[in-house]
Design a protein around this ligand. Sequence first.
Ligand code: SF4
Length: 383
Amino acid sequence: MALDRRSFLSRCAGCGLAAAAYSIAPICKLPYSPKEAMAGLPLAKDLSKVEARYYEKLAVKEIECRICPRRCRVSPLERGYCGSRENIDGVYYTLVHSRPCSLNVDPIEKKPLFHFLPGTSAFSMATAGCNVNCKFCQNWDISQVRPEQIDNYELSPSDIVDLAKRFNAPTIAYTYSEPVIFYEYMYDCATEARKKGIRSAAITGGYILPEPLKELLTVLDAIKIDLKAFSEGFYKDYVHGELQPVLDAIKIMYDRNMWIELVYLVIPTLNDNPEEIKRMCDWIKSDLSPAVPVHFTRFHPTYLMKNLPPTPVSTLERIHDTAKAQGLDYVYIGNVPGHDAEHTYCPRCNEAIIRRYGYRIGEVNIRDSKCAFCGNKIPGVWI
Ligand code: SF4
């Protein structure tokens, strides 16, 4: 039976999950699955029509969008590349503000963010659309559709914050598709969340222009960036985007003290070249810091890339060793549950300071942001 929003929220409150405090502990057990609970939310009857930010009005009611490096020029009654913004009589609108299509409660480790409130939950949300088209996208069923092609909920930013609180999630994650294309909604949710003591993390490809990014950084607490390769050729052929604007955006994030972690999905034969990996590690070390965590994750065949096998674990291990040899401090292997490189090791004494198995964490040996064994400061956002 469908619930209205008020009934849904009070049902959540009845679960005893409204306490604001959180701790390193197993992800809280709900009396029903978040997916079932989300299914009870009322669906939106239409798309939204909220004026977009960062666009320029041009002649004859044309506009230029200035959110991402595509800079779409859009005529009246047309949409930009991402399909989520429309020009109506010379005014540009986002159609997905308050219209999330996917909601869930995930371990923060699933994002993955390993140095950010480990062991806690992230209330996770997405709208339809994306500003690139990766041939290996795992969420193509929401990223590569227009918002009217799927069901959307109707949830204001304060509804999202209420849900995060009810599910005892200290963080809202803007994830699954590409939050840059729902910039206004993400910004408004993060602003509302901060007022209520909830943090915000964007899980993004980082394909965003500097000005909107700088404003967004004022309301976010962490960003995970998918660095999909370290060559323009790969971005052109397999992402339908560009590398340099992504590197520029990452540099801005780092320079403005945002907590960032990088993920590199290793696809056999396409972006696993040792020289490319070395160049990327050198860039991270020189332009960012060796302390930025880097996750090398295992590819599984999907979407338009079913012709390649899963990444051999030996390839991931070779790349992991290369990154360590290049001087990076926190290098992880992802999507290989049980691998030793899921754990966090202190770069000074080499002790395991956070043990993980998949998305679950075990022992945490960090005290006051320092290694409990040798006192070395460990970068991150700790409880
Ligand atoms: S956000 Fe969408 S409309 Fe704007 S430039 Fe990027 S792809 Fe185009």
